[in-house]
Design a protein around this ligand. Sequence first.
Ligand code: SF4
Length: 184
Amino acid sequence: MLYRASRKITKLYSFIYWYLIVTGKKLKIGWFSFTCCEDSTMVWIELMNENFFKWKDLLDIRHARVLRKINKLENIDVAFVEGAITTESDARKLRSIRKNSKKLVAIGSCAINGMPAAQRNLFDEEQKKEIEFLVERFKQTDKVRTVKDIVSIDDEVLGCPMEEDVFLKILDKYLNEFGVINAH
Ligand code: SF4
């Protein structure tokens, strides 16, 4: 009885697996970087090296400047965003990412609490005066803002750079939620 039930479950999983492979269902993702050192991007690239054969059938990478020049900002399931927001043009781009993505995940300390870039928010008047010419030259906003200051987020991966295990858990969650087979 138990044997027959387990065979049925195995058959069901095989069917789901083949259905997903045949239909080619993938999680459409984007990776975006704003003001930061892009170390979380490096962590992500390392993870892609390690998981290449598993993820190539599961992920449709629609936008990642670090991987290619031509990118599409449309119909993204999950956008991963690292970096603090320090210009109005970045804020506009972030709003556009939010508009074109079903879910948005803030990646790393810069995106989540603005640090270390947001240290200048705490400067006294004298320190602000010293950096004024740089703020103007690079069209920076008066305050450094977090991703959450501009748009709503669905999840966040803390760390500087991001914590790999948390990233993998969140990716897994969305692979399940969007009906793509479990990555593990
Ligand atoms: S959170 Fe840390 S590692 Fe990531 S971009 Fe910011 S400074 Fe760099």
